[in-house]
Design a protein around this ligand. Sequence first.
Ligand code: NAD
Ligand code: ZN
Length: 257
Amino acid sequence: MGDFQEKLIEQAAAWVVESHSTVCLTGAGISTESGIPDFRSKGGIWDRFDPKDFEIRRWLASEDIRRRYWEVAQDGYNLVRNAPPSSGHFALARLSRHDHLKLLVTQNTDGLHQKAGHDPEKVVELHGTSHVCVCVGCGAKLPRPEVHARVQGGEAIPKCEDCGSLLKPDAVFFGEGLSPEKLSRAVEASKAAEVFLVAGSSLAVRPAGGLPERARKAGARLIIVNEGPTRFDAKADIRIQGKTGNVLPALVNAVLA
Ligand code: NAD
Ligand code: ZN
């Protein structure tokens, strides 16, 4: 870690220490070090599956897309289910345990924050979760591992045993609305934040990607930790370029020192 980066981390840590209300937004970038590719990486599951097929209308309309979806999702879910949390996940869980993090809003559906010991009450999974399936007909929910086992057992397109409708992961597909309760909890916390920390997101996807803007307009200091460029770099008070697995532990150590 260079001198310049260390200085930025020190300044960011000082702001977090001063803050009475810090909110963090994470994206796919915090999970790449856990072995789950983000949408933009090469050689990931997205090379075998067109993210466009996550468009809810296409998925609902085409049996072919659903068949292919569940085929690829077998490997995809195995990957997610077995992924270990990264040091970035652990660092944020530690920050929260020490009362320096009011709310963690994540765009990820992999459950790795909770797996790292983050109090689930303090996590908003804005895009839902991959660990639960929901029936598009009656709304029944069931554990994903059960559905996963059925697909592996030869049920190509799993259906609800109560009403016969389609089952889908309880994760938000493109074109689907977000849960209004979750969104308003995230928005309220962002507007009340004194420090808003972004970790591992390009901020390209809205409405999640718009939260830093809301926070900053309401007076928060904005800290962005990300490897690649983000949509909001120019507005950040501190922009730390690097891996969340290196930067977040250093930041949290500095806060708790
Ligand atoms: P994104 O793919 O748009 O951006 C990820 C960002 O993380 C990139 O800017 C990249 O430069 C950065 N990055 C990658 N590895 C990093 C690392 N180790 N340290 C620091 N930065 C790193 O992801 P997004 O903004 O989260 O949006 C994509 C959408 O896809 C989200 O809505 C999310 O729900 C979904 N998604 C979720 C998962 C998951 O649950 N793990 C995985 C892929 C996609
Ligand atoms: Zn049903």
